[in-house]
Design a protein. Structure first.
Length: 162
């Protein structure tokens, strides 16, 4: 009897092992490059220095990328578009606020890319954030009115506490 209770505890609905991860090999390569650059430059360099070092690393690894990719007629410029599959947005800020998450979600919507990586190089320990593009049925109000709080994943302009 006791054994069956323990087995049920291990099979929580939140422990989904069949979850699909978008572009696992490519995102692993990008995040690995980010960790290498962070270890090399530390946490007090400027965003451009991190981007320059990542560009060298991507070139050496044979990854196709576009740096400072302009999205259509907007003034939005993505730091990196890697293999036309992942948007990589670099930050050097004290902490990430919801505005940075909104920014990358907006980029994902405009570029029609499903996965974005948000990297804050100022963190003591690098903590890459994976951001998935919200489906089109939820995106219209989010993209048209970035100040709106109708998005279920955004509740304030304050810092994200993780």
């Amino acid at each position: 009897m006791r054994m069956s209770i323990q087995k049920k505890a291990l099979r929580m609905t939140t422990n989904k092992t069949d979850a699909k991860i978008l572009h696992p090999e490519l995102s692993f390569a990008i995040v690995g490059a980010c960790f290498d650059v962070h270890n090399e430059l530390g946490r007090f360099a400027r965003e451009k220095q991190y981007a320059d070092a990542l560009e060298e690393r991507f070139r050496a690894d044979g990854l196709r990328y576009v740096r400072e990719f302009r999205l259509g007629d907007s003034r939005n410029v993505v730091d990196f578009l890697v293999e036309e599959k992942i948007i990589l947005e670099l930050k050097t800020v004290r902490f990430l606020t919801t505005s940075y998450f909104r920014q990358i979600q907006n980029y994902l919507q405009q570029a029609r890319v499903d996965l974005g990586l948000l990297i804050n190089f100022s963190d003591i320990a690098l903590q890459p954030r994976r951001i998935l593009r919200i489906s089109d049925s939820h995106s219209q109000s989010f993209v048209d009115s970035p100040g709106s709080h109708s998005d279920p994943f955004v509740d304030s302009d304050g810092p994200i506490r993780i």
